[in-house]
Each structure stands twice: as C-alpha cells, then as structure tokens.
Design a protein around this ligand. Structure first.
Ligand code: SF4
Length: 298
C-alpha cells in the first residue's frame, strides 16, 4: 500500500480516516493531533513545569519523547519524568523508565509505595487478597503521582492515556451508572496538579507505533494482577464493537467531553483529608486503604 499523501510505502492504515500513511506523514499526523489536544485544552503555558508519569511502557515512553521534542528548545518550560514503583516483583522495574529518560536526556525521579506508604502492592495482596489489588494500587498511585509532581514543583502532570483508554473510561462509567463522574467537569480542583493527556485523541496502536519508531527497551510483560482490572472486560467489549464501527472510540470520547462540560464550574468546594491533607472526595480513599492495611498488619 502507498501513502495517501505522497505515494511512498505506507506503514499504517487508519480505518477511521480511510488514510494510508508513510512514516513521515504518520509522525506529522500524530504530532499534529497531540499538539491540537494541547492547544484546545490550553494545557501548556510559558513557565510551566511538566512532570511526565513514566512507567517504562510504550505509552509513557512515547509521551516523554513527544513532550521532550516539544519542549527541549523552550527555555521557559521544564520537563521531568517520574516513575512510581508500586512494589510488584517481576513486573515493575524503574530502571527501564530511567533508561528511557536517560536516552532522551530528561531528568528522572523514582517514588516508591514503600517509601511513601510503608508497604507495596505485593504486601497488600498478601494481606488483603488478590482481588482488590488494582483498586488499591490505582488509588495509591494517583495520590503518589500527585504528591510526587508537587514535590518537584510541577504544575502539570502529563499522563500517557490514549483514545482507547479514554473511551474505555467513558464506557465503564456509563456501565456503572456513575453520573457524577461522567459530569464532573474538568475544572481544576484545588490541591490537584493539573493532569494533561496529549494523546487522548490518538488510538493506542498509533501511540505504540510512534513509540516503536523512536525508542526501544520498553517494559515487557504484563502486571501479574492485571486480571483484576475492571477495565479488561470493557476493553474486550469495546475492541470487538469498534472493529465493526471504527469511529466508536472517537464518539465515546466526544460524549465524555460533552457530559463533562455540563459539570464544568459547578463543582463543590474542595475538601481536604484531615489525615493526609490531600484533596479528596467525601472520604479520603487512600487514607482508608492505608488504615485497613495497618489494621490487618497488627
Ligand atoms: Fe496496579 Fe492493577 Fe495496574 Fe497492576 S494491573 S499496575 S496492580 S492497577
């Protein structure tokens, strides 16, 4: 197949656009989409410090490469990579993320569950059983990412979520009937470092291709607790449906944005946990989890 734009050999076919693209046109299209997302959401301003959540996987490596290219000649923007070590033996290896950051010449910092919370996901699983691994891990990782970014002086936290992840989140919230989350809006909440997701309109396979074209040595294998992630079912369901209806993921993300715009500006007063001082909802889930674990440990 030849590129729809220049007739060079194509490396990808985009089913949703009907275009075959060569390497150069794929990279140009990819970067244009990510830049458009940043412009549309006004995610970058002069003086920003951006912490990139960097797991060592393909998505975050692609994000670090893209943001490094965007910011490396800007003296008014600062970029660093942060890796959260949840303590999952045989899976999480912060040295991989460190190597990717070093290849790009980006400052890299590691923050661990052990240091921050005195425990690890492996220990939580030993104490509380396997089935809650992902809910505990997700809550604590979000909190640590926020405090880690803040401790570095960052005012943006860049996440590698892609179109597939975003569409799955909208569908998951819909299937759970979670109207508050769907209509929460993206008004900046006090105490939370602003999250930015430059790849939120780009399909997962394109993010992976961009990563493979520019970097190597990603985290291999999958987390031993991945079977507990609620997302897995929704991913399979959506992949199957989107194969027959290629614009489904884009439609879901658009729907999520429209619903979230209903809630923009209508959020209640920010609440801070009396235990840890972090921003939270009705109850601070991270402190609840840590209290449960320490009770089990006694
Ligand atoms: Fe954490 Fe679950 Fe993801 Fe593993 S699969 S890293 S336990 S959220």
């Amino acid at each position: 197949m030849l590129c729809s734009k220049c007739r060079r050999p194509a490396i990808i076919y985009q089913r949703y656009s009907g275009l075959h693209l060569c390497r150069n046109h794929f990279v140009a299209d990819f970067q244009a989409k990510a830049k458009r997302a940043i412009r549309t959401h006004r995610w970058l301003s002069p003086g920003d410090s951006i912490a990139v959540a960097s797991s060592g996987g393909k998505d975050s490596a692609a994000l670090l490469h893209f943001l490094h290219g965007l910011t490396c000649e800007r003296r008014d923007l600062r970029l660093y990579a942060i890796t959260i070590d949840e303590g999952i033996s045989g899976y999480r290896d912060p040295a991989i993320a460190a190597g990717i950051a070093e290849t790009l010449g980006v400052e890299h910092h590691i923050f661990s569950f052990r240091e921050a919370f005195g425990t690890t996901v492996d220990e939580i699983v030993r104490l509380r059983g396997d089935s809650l691994s992902c809910s505990y891990c997700g809550v604590l990782r979000r909190r640590l990412l926020n405090t880690a970014a803040r401790s570095l002086g960052a005012n943006r936290l860049a996440l590698g979520m892609n179109l597939d992840d975003e569409a799955q989140s909208v569908l998951m919230n819909t299937l759970r009937g979670d109207a508050p989350r769907l209509t929460r809006g993206d008004t900046q909440r006090a105490g939370l470092i602003q999250r930015i997701k430059p790849f939120m309109y780009i399909p997962e396979r394109e993010v992976a291709l961009y990563a493979y074209l520019h970097l190597e040595g990603f985290l291999a294998g999958s987390c031993p607790y991945a079977h507990n992630a609620l997302r897995a079912d929704v991913r399979n369901l959506l992949n199957d449906y989107a194969w027959r209806h290629p614009s489904t993921r884009h439609s879901l993300v658009r729907l999520g944005e429209e619903l979230s715009s209903i809630g923009t500006g209508t959020g209640s007063e920010p609440r801070f946990c009396p235990e840890c001082g972090e921003t939270c909802g009705e109850t601070c889930r991270s402190c609840q989890i840590l209290a449960e674990i320490s009770r089990d440990d006694e």
